[in-house]
Design a protein around this ligand. Structure first.
Ligand SMILES: Cc1ncc(COP(=O)(O)O)c(C=O)c1O
Length: 381
């Protein structure tokens, strides 16, 4: 299975930006060349139909209806669109956790400063014991003022799978709007949006689905769609002059945000097909085993502790090192001296190393990481 990564590097950070297989990237570039041959025909005449097809494939893959899904460049964009639309104000509370991705937390904090709602950040303590414990720790933060819940499905700094389906179920009973950040989910876990029952769900295609960079999606249920405003007001808005008419305001608002290159969106079906043709459930299971193996090997080092039981992570294993560690220095030494690309993350005054395992990773990559850790941790101690 050919990826375009530098073969010299033990690339254990798929979680940050993903990596695209050559076959998918070729398709992406073919779409770009097609666009450049006749930009007007492509962007003005063919694009609505092409996007419709790509959205249909995406929607089917994640268990949603076609007009509940729009492409966005990335999850940050989608969270911004939702945070700006919800009209939370003084007296309202947004419930979230202490495991959220910083850029998305910023989108909420920015709106909080503008409109004066409160953000309640529940702690999920590590290590977690059971799924029920996670749900209870979050649910303790619900009050009569909770209007919305924003949670990751798989967290970024701590690689924790959060049981969002149960949270969404409880929230529905109380009329609380749920927004789930599934940036790490498509391609890493099966996703059935109907079953999860969130009001809104954002996810990256450019991470674990291995689509080109700049491809993501935002799902909004039909009930919530009337509340969602365009983040960029363009030709998709306005009754008389609207140039892109799909029959859905939600789709029109996000279907054309000014001239841009839509090739990454249009290559998403190729990424879905690539994974289907390569028996992805087996790849995911092999990667999980390798991630477990990496965590186990690393935790044989005296300076390393494992964090999650195996059922709480998929293809990103998490280990913990001393909070006195210099995380920037260790990450830099691992890449400079050992050619190992892996994130060393400071979170809540603890230091974690998040080991992403994707189809292209090998036992040798893990061994190199362990050798590097051994050297860096011993010296830094
Ligand atoms: C949980 C989570 N949410 C959102 C994002 C944002 O992704 P992007 O930078 O593509 O918008 C990330 C990126 O790593 C993430 O890990």
């Amino acid at each position: 299975m050919e990826f375009l990564l530098d073969p010299e590097i033990a690339f254990l950070n798929h979680g940050s930006f993903g990596a695209c297989p050559k076959a998918v990237h070729d398709e992406y570039q073919a779409i770009q060349r097609h666009l450049e041959r006749q930009p007007v025909a492509f962007l003005q005449r063919h694009l609505p139909e092409l996007l419709l097809d790509a959205r249909s494939t995406m929607a089917e893959f994640v268990g949603a209806d076609r007009d509940e899904i729009v492409f966005t460049p990335n999850p940050t964009f989608a969270v911004n669109a939702i945070a700006r639309s919800l009209n939370l104000g003084p007296g309202d509370e947004l419930l979230t956790s202490n495991h959220e991705y910083g850029a998305c937390s910023n989108a909420w904090r920015f709106m909080q400063e503008k409109t004066g709602f409160a953000i309640v950040r529940q702690s999920i303590d590590l290590p977690v014991n059971t799924e029920d414990d996670i749900v209870e720790q979050i649910w303790t933060g619900v009050t009569e003022n909770t209007k919305a819940i924003f949670l990751s499905h798989i967290s970024s700094p701590t690689a924790l799978t959060i049981p969002v389906e149960e949270i969404c179920r409880r929230a529905r009973h109380r009329g609380i709007t749920t927004i789930i950040d599934g940036a790490h989910v498509p391609g890493q876990m099966d996703l059935d949006l109907t079953k999860i029952g969130a009001d809104a769900y954002v996810a990256a295609c450019h991470k674990w689905l291995c689509a080109p960079k700049g491809s993501s999606f935002m799902y909004v249920s039909r009930e919530l769609q009337p509340a969602i405003e365009p983040l960029v007001v363009g030709w998709g808005w306005g009754d008389s002059e609207r140039k892109f008419r799909s029959g859905s305001d939600f789709v029109d608002y996000f279907g054309w945000i000014g001239t841009h290159d839509p090739s990454a969106y249009l290559a998403v079906p190729a990424a879905i097909e690539f994974q289907a043709n390569h028996d992805w459930p087996s790849v995911q299971s092999r990667c999980h085993d390798l991630a477990v193996h990496a965590v186990e090997l690393a935790s044989e080092l005296p300076e390393v502790k494992r964090v999650h039981a195996n059922e709480f992570f998929r293809q990103m294993g998490l280990i913990e090192i001393s909070s006195d560690s210099n995380e920037t220095l260790i990450q830099q030494r691992l890449i400079d001296e050992f050619l190992v690309e892996v994130p060393v993350i400071r979170w809540q005054d603890r230091v974690f190393i998040r080991i992403s395992v994707q189809a292209y990773n090998t036992q040798e990559h893990i061994e190199r990481l362990i050798t590097g850790l051994h050297a860096c941790l011993r010296k830094s101690a």
